[in-house]
Design a protein around this ligand. Sequence first.
Ligand SMILES: Cc1cc2nc3c(=O)[nH]c(=O)nc-3n(C[C@H](O)[C@H](O)[C@H](O)COP(=O)(O)OP(=O)(O)OC[C@H]3O[C@@H](n4cnc5c(N)ncnc54)[C@H](O)[C@@H]3O)c2cc1C
Length: 400
Amino acid sequence: MGVVMTRSGSTTRKALVIGCGVAGPAVAIALRRIGLDVVLHEAWPEPDALTGGWLNVMPNGRRVLHMLGVTTQLDTEFRCERISFRDHRGKYLAEIPTPGALSVRRGFLHRVLRERAAQQGVRVRFGKRLIDVHDAPDSVTAEFADHTSDEGDLLVGCDGLRSRVRESIMPEAPRFRYTGFISTIGFCHTTSHAPTNSALEMAFGLRTSIRYFIRESGEVSWACDAIVPPEPGRTEPAEIAEEDWRQRLIADFAGDFSPAVEFITTTPTITRHPIYRLGALDDWHRGRACLVGDAAHAIPPHAGQGASMALEDAVTLAKCLRDVPDTGAAFAAYQRIRQPRQARVAAAARGNGRSLGARNLVGRWIRSRMIPIGLRRSAAEARWMNDYEIDWEEPVIAGS
Ligand SMILES: Cc1cc2nc3c(=O)[nH]c(=O)nc-3n(C[C@H](O)[C@H](O)[C@H](O)COP(=O)(O)OP(=O)(O)OC[C@H]3O[C@@H](n4cnc5c(N)ncnc54)[C@H](O)[C@@H]3O)c2cc1C
């Protein structure tokens, strides 16, 4: 790596990372590994505000967590060795092996990553809601809502779907759009269903679907996707009271042979998440700032890959900044390496989302037949996503 001069003339570059979800601390850890001085700025006032829900980290994402040094901390989480598909009658359809995948509580994953970042010397600042980015020839400044600012040699926007960094550096970028799905996530306890033994169960229903796993203790984590088409003239789905939403879901699952109704009924608090996607951006970077994770490419969760894509982005960006001395050229290399894979994963997520939407008899018949055939015929389809491995040692060459 060539010598890189910084704002202050020293050889240590300072990176400002905005957002402390999944991508932010992962980027911060990876940038520390290549010797950058890193400050992580998060909008929430305190760490405990970052809780809620669970998500799957697929084998590709798990490998990145291992590279970042956070494997053992997640040992308490659910090991998801396969995803098992059933139809609305409970009939087994197919299975995808996902060796090494984890189903983790989101808040816990955030905490483990954040603590690892702090341990590696990253300065983590809460209560720092970014409102603007000012790019200058030899520095970049982040301006925060609390009237403070911070200056660095480069800035990485890890501030998610509604990224303020993206709005600030590329105001012409497409807006995110509501997809017509609302996910609901819950945790409950069951004594009437057996543990799922390292399997994530995915049950397609007559109107909607549920995915869940049950631990040995009877603790259940579940999520379902209700179809709520966008209303003309509205860009966001209407608000709805929690109890009304619970009743709507119970009605959606009526007639299905799955534990959905029990889980929905016995979950103390259900949380509702409209699903959005971001249209493809032409650029993932501008000047001294670049975007990582959902800020660059939010996809629906139907491939279970959003967090894993953010993790892959993080180490790839660090490799590029390690090997390509010019920051702009390093950002360009990062986009060139990541964009084709991300586009392919986004297409897979959209395809999976379409199969959830099979609401009529013909659609369900096709789905029941296509899923086993599709999965059998191309185990490769799941493998190209899950088997992806980043070689940290392999050098990145600018422009190649
Ligand atoms: C219902 C649902 C289920 C999902 N399930 C899965 C799954 O099973 N597997 C999977 O891989 N992915 C899943 N995803 C997608 C996954 O959650 C995202 O892809 C992932 O969280 C992206 O990480 P990120 O760090 O880029 O963004 P985020 O996790 O959104 O983190 C962004 C961070 O930036 C902070 N921030 C925002 N604005 C500012 C600002 N102005 N200033 C400072 N900080 C700011 C936020 O507070 C937050 O901490 C799911 C998504 C949803 C909605």
